[in-house]
Structures are given as structure tokens and as C-alpha cells.
Design a protein around this ligand. Structure first.
Ligand code: HEC
Length: 386
């Protein structure tokens, strides 16, 4: 710190709030925008670096909750300042701010030599603060819809959910651009402002940027110790209640639905994995198969399916002269099929005759439910030969 006179601009608490906000905001933007633009190479690189999409979705949610907690704290601190300490509402927009905005335009365009006389917060800072408040409201509401779509759709028409998604993503883009253009310009480029790191600003800078704050002659209305104590007590009772309700609200927000966590099931790999059989739609009504471990037959004709069919069906279906004209001992024979049509239709297990015929009572050879599922899955995957 230099020996120049310094003016305490931001208390430690203000700075902690600011940097928590920066951290949460940056993480939200990184993890959110890389999902919004998920197909771009940059997003893919970011997602990979951060450990995959499942991980960044969790980081996004944890950051959102952190930001919500900062808001609860901030509101409490603001009410304490305004109500208990009867402090000056420095962040409230005033007529002077509108005049200052006009003066700034004139000054920047060269129509005036006088810079606007600004208060503790300049009109630029107020615009940014209230834009942040507005953004948080939008992000909170639309974030709730995306996090809890079922609950949201109970209260509102379902179209609100895709609309919330569009609003959430575009508001995010707007917020990031506002920070990069507006905030970075004002605090880093126009002049490098260190008060958010050190807490202090030199008196010269204050005279330049915030002359009215130096003439601040705000006096809190006289209050006896007793009145002050009373206000403080009322504050703590009221704030504790509001904070408690808000915290419960956040808890509900976070836990009421698992919809948004559930990831898409990965495609099963029949090699080595023991799957449990689930009933498959069949063209003919059949009794529900009893759960049984799926036979591991391999995933292609060559690595198991072919051998299984030859062993099980080849006694009767081994050449084009076999019953039904069907040869199940070779891949081509299976695809060509018999007199009634192709026995294996890649991607079409429901219309593949090897799924249909063994269901007929008179066709004595059957698949077990597990075998049926394995063959069904193989065909559904395109009935690969190798
Ligand atoms: C014990 C002998 C036998 C075995 C083993 C056998 N089938 Fe058959 N299959 C038949 C007879 C008989 C027909 C009826 C032929 C006809 O309609 O002329 C037939 C017909 C079929 C057809 C219809 C062919 C067509 O195009 O008309 C399919 C498909 C079929 N079987 C699948 C299988 C599958 C799959 C297996 C192995 C799980 C199998 N079969 C095992 C005796 C057998």
C-alpha cells in the first residue's frame, strides 16, 4: 500500500462475496455454455478437461447452490445495513444516475468537457448490479424448471420447459458478454481498479471516480441504543425465519426430483456382462418370461451367435433342402431365410422369422427367455456378422 491517503471502499465481507460470486459465476458459465454449445470443438475440449459431461453437470449444480447461498447472505447484509444501521442506500438508482448517464454520453462524444459527478456507486456500477439481480431471478426460475421439469409441468404448460431452456442459455450468454464487455472494460481496461483486491482506493481516484461519495454527509437518523438493539433483535428474528424458509426452498429445489440427474442408460455389451432379462415386445402373445440371466452368446455371428444357432437349430436347418428351406448353419443362410422369408432381418428383430417361428407351439425347438433376449439384441444391433 502506498503512503497516499486511502479510502476504504470494500470491506472484507464485500470482497469475499465478490470473489465467491466470481468463482461460482465462472464455473457456471464454463460448465453451462460448454453444454449449450456441446458440439463445438472448444466445448468438447473443456468438457474433456473438466472430466466429462456427468462431472460438469454436478459442478454446474454445486456452483448454482453456492451462488444461491451467497444471495441469501447478501440480502441479509443489505437489510442489516439499511434497516438496523439505517445506512445510506448507495445502490439505489436515483434521478442523478439518469442525468449522469446522459452526461457520460455527452462527455464520451466530445460535446462536454465535464465528466459526470458520480456517487459511491457510479451509474455504470448500478446498471451492472441490477442486471445481475435480474439475471439471477431469471436463472433461478428457469434453472428450477430445468432441474425439476415434472414439478414445473404440474403447475405450468409443458411448453414452459423448452422455453426455460432457451431463456436459461441465452441469458447466460448475455451475462457472460456483459461481464466481458462492460465489467472488464470498466474495471480492468478503462483504468485498472484494484479496490476489489485490496479493499482500498486512493483519495485521488475517489475524487476522479466518486466525488460525491467524498462529500457524503449522510447521517443515520438519531437512534438511541435501545432502539438500535430493538431493530437488531427484530432483524435477527425476521432474517432467521426468511433464511430458514429459503434454505428449505433450496433443499426442495435440489432434491425434489431426480429427473435431471438420470443419465441415459449405456448400450449393454453382452460380452462378459450379466444382464437380467426384460420382457421384449413380441409379435405373438407369450407368457412373460421369468427373469433369468441372459445367455452370453457374443455380439456377432462369428464370435458366438453363429455357433449357438448351428448347435441349437442345425440338426434340422442345415441346408436349403432342410425343413422350411432354411439353413441356420451359415450367416448367409440365416439372412436369406427359408420358404417364408428372411430368418434374420438386421435391425428388425420383430420381423425376423427366427424370433417368430420358435414361438409356434408345433415348432418343438424353443429359445429360453435369456437366449431369446440375446438373439433379439444381436438382431437389434444390426445382426453383425463379425
Ligand atoms: C427338430 C427339428 C427342428 C429344429 C431343431 C428346429 N426347427 Fe425350425 N422348423 C422345423 C420344421 C419342421 C419347420 C417347418 C417347415 C415347414 O413349414 O415346411 C421349421 C420351420 C422353421 C422356420 C420357418 C422357415 C420358413 O421360412 O418357412 C424358422 C424361421 C425356424 N424353423 C427357426 C428355427 C430356429 C431358430 C431353430 C433353433 C432354435 C429351429 N428352427 C430348430 C423343425 C426344426
Amino acid at each position: 500500500m502506498s503512503d497516499k491517503k486511502q479510502y476504504l471502499r470494500f470491506s472484507l465481507i464485500r470482497r469475499v462475496e465478490h470473489w465467491l460470486n466470481v468463482t461460482a459465476f465462472t464455473l457456471l458459465a464454463l460448465t453451462g455454455l460448454s453444454q449449450k454449445f456441446g458440439t463445438s470443438a472448444l466445448a468438447v475440449a473443456i468438457i474433456r478437461t473438466l472430466g466429462g459431461v456427468e462431472r460438469i453437470r454436478i459442478v454446474h449444480r454445486v456452483s448454482a447452490v453456492t451462488l444461491a447461498l451467497v444471495v441469501i447472505f447478501h440480502v441479509g447484509a443489505a437489510v442489516y445495513h439499511l434497516y438496523v444501521k439505517a445506512g445510506r442506500p448507495t445502490m439505489l438508482p436515483t434521478i442523478q444516475d439518469i442525468l449522469n448517464g446522459w452526461q457520460a454520453i455527452k462527455y464520451n462524444l466530445g460535446f462536454s468537457d465535464e465528466r459526470p459527478l458520480q456517487d459511491f456507486y457510479t451509474f455504470e456500477e448500478k446498471v451492472e448490479y441490477w442486471a445481475l439481480v435480474w439475471g439471477m431471478v431469471i436463472m433461478g426460475i428457469t434453472g428450477f424448471f430445468l432441474w425439476n421439469p415434472i414439478t414445473a409441468a404440474r403447475i405450468l404448460p409443458g411448453q414452459f420447459i423448452p422455453a426455460a431452456k432457451a431463456a436459461h442459455g441465452n441469458e447466460a450468454l448475455l451475462a457472460v458478454l456483459a461481464i466481458v464487455l462492460w465489467h472488464f472494460y470498466h474495471v480492468l481496461i478503462r483504468h485498472f481498479n484494484t479496490s476489489m483486491y485490496t479493499g482500498y482506493m486512493s483519495l485521488e481516484e475517489m475524487e476522479q471516480e466518486h466525488p460525491l461519495a467524498l462529500q457524503d454527509n449522510w447521517k443515520a437518523p438519531e437512534a438511541s441504543d435501545l432502539q438500535f438493539q430493538k431493530r437488531r433483535k427484530r432483524f435477527w428474528i425476521g432474517y432467521s425465519l426468511v433464511a430458514l424458509v429459503t434454505l428449505l426452498g433450496i433443499w426442495w429445489f435440489v432434491t425434489s426430483e431426480a429427473t435431471a440427474y438420470a443419465a441415459v442408460e449405456p448400450i449393454p455389451d453382452l460380452r462378459g456382462i450379466e444382464l437380467y432379462n426384460t420382457p421384449q415386445p413380441t409379435p405373438l402373445p407369450t407368457p412373460l418370461p421369468t427373469p433369468e440371466k441372459v445367455r452370453v452368446l457374443g455380439t456377432t455371428w462369428d464370435d458366438g451367435v453363429g455357433e449357438f444357432l448351428s448347435n441349437r437349430c442345425g440338426d434340422c436347418h442345415s441346408s436349403a433342402d432342410s425343413p422350411g428351406g432354411l439353413d441356420l448353419t451359415s450367416y448367409n443362410g440365416a439372412v436369406r431365410g427359408g420358404n417364408s422369408g428372411p430368418a434374420v432381418v438386421p435391425y428388425g428383430p420383430g420381423v425376423s422369422l427366427i424370433m417368430v417361428w420358435p414361438e409356434f407351439d408345433w415348432h418343438l425347438v424353443k429359445f429360453s427367455p435369456g437366449e431369446r433376449t440375446a438373439i433379439w439384441t444381436w438382431i437389434q444391433n444390426g445382426a453383425p456378422e463379425q
